[in-house]
Design a protein around this ligand. Structure first.
Ligand code: SF4
Ligand code: SF4
Ligand code: SF4
Length: 323
């Protein structure tokens, strides 16, 4: 229940005074953003239209204490479709700035740095889509050194920093190299004649329940591994899998303009060509590493992608690399 005492007009003024928050009251509450939002497709509790509506009513505590303002990943899929051209992710950012000032913190995990191994090369700083990383002087092992530092209020836990760090000194707990390699590792399979396939999918690209269900219960010989973003997939995941006895690796991410983390899929596209060329140089067919990009309206395509991968690998025969 909302009481009249909950309406705080100064909250509206504060949001509109923040950079990006000035368009708050121009929202028509049409819901186009909610219909477009990638986050909402996976979490129906997140509703950007409703956040703006509550903020426009001045419901300070309701808005600031909610996890919703932290869920917008600034993918900006909604921005071109908003009839009032409201940059919703900027409004969300303005609200988050107020939340931070008032002592609220982002819920959930964020990237962590191992300062003892970080060499302050700055690769992660350049790769982070959210400018969440800076190089700072830290106290470490009895001395001072320059190392990466993550702003936990900006980090969206995409794991892209980990994918560019040569020493794996930064990463999101649960999605560190070791954990992903462990998931990729294959045990014995009942039918040794079936090709062994690993499909690595971004958490956001399987939109249909049917695709998701298939990923949870893949057919014999196929293992599905989830990562936050295709940009988290390093070429070494693929080469390690192939060396460990896998016959083919399929990487599935979001379509070009639909990355949940701004440009993670673009990063992976660049790596795809590089990886396939590397395999060829090593005398391994490039078809053993395949990449596919699913749009937000694609439904039921994942099983067909996996089937094609299985058929292609069956035609190539087993891979003897590392065996
Ligand atoms: S910017 Fe992206 S995540 Fe944020 S509300 Fe718009 S569509 Fe949703
Ligand atoms: S990429 Fe790795 S080593 Fe380089 S600054 Fe970032 S955490 Fe440190
Ligand atoms: S996990 Fe993503 S958002 Fe967080 S610091 Fe790393 S690259 Fe930036």
């Amino acid at each position: 229940m909302i009481r009249s005492a909950d309406f705080d007009p100064t909250f509206i003024e504060e949001i509109m005074a923040e950079p990006g928050g000035e368009h708050l009251l121009t929202c028509w509450s049409c819901g186009t953003c909610s219909a477009t939002c990638l986050v909402r497709r996976f979490d129906s509790a997140f509703n950007p239209r409703r956040v703006l509506h509550k903020a426009g009513l001045g419901l300070r505590e309701v808005v600031l204490s909610s996890a919703e303002v932290w869920q917008c990943s600034a993918c900006d899929a909604c921005y071109p479709r908003c009839p009032k051209q409201i940059h919703i992710s900027d409004v969300m950012k303005a609200i988050r700035q107020i939340a931070i000032r008032e002592g609220y913190e982002r819920p959930g995990v964020v990237a962590e740095v191992d300062e003892s191994t970080c060499i302050a090369c700055g690769l992660c700083v350049a790769a982070c889509p959210y400018n969440a990383i800076s190089l700072e002087t830290v106290e470490c092992e009895g001395g001072q050194k320059l190392a990466a530092r993550v702003d936990s209020n900006l980090c969206m836990a995409c794991g892209i920093c980990n994918s560019v760090c040569l020493g794996s000194c930064i990463g999101v707990p649960g999605y560190l190299d070791e954990a992903i390699n462990e998931s990729i590792a294959r045990g014995e399979q009942a039918d040794p004649v079936m090709p062994r396939i690993v499909a690595i999918t971004c958490n956001w690209c399987l939109h249909a329940g049917k695709d998701w269900e298939y990923a949870q219960h893949p057919p014999e010989g196929v293992k599905v591994v989830s990562v936050p973003c295709s940009g988290r997939v390093t070429p070494t995941f693929v080469t390690t899998a192939l060396q460990a006895g896998v016959d083919g690796v399929l990487v599935v991410g979001c379509q070009e303009d639909q990355c949940h983390y701004k440009h993670g899929n673009a990063l992976e596209r660049g790596r795809a060509a590089m990886l396939q060329n590397l395999l060829e140089l090593l005398g391994i067919e490039r078809e053993r590493a395949q990449f596919a990009w699913l749009g937000s309206l694609d439904r039921g395509k994942f099983p067909a992608l996996v089937n094609k991968m299985v058929q292609d690998v069956q035609a190539l025969g087993p891979l003897s690399w590392g065996k």
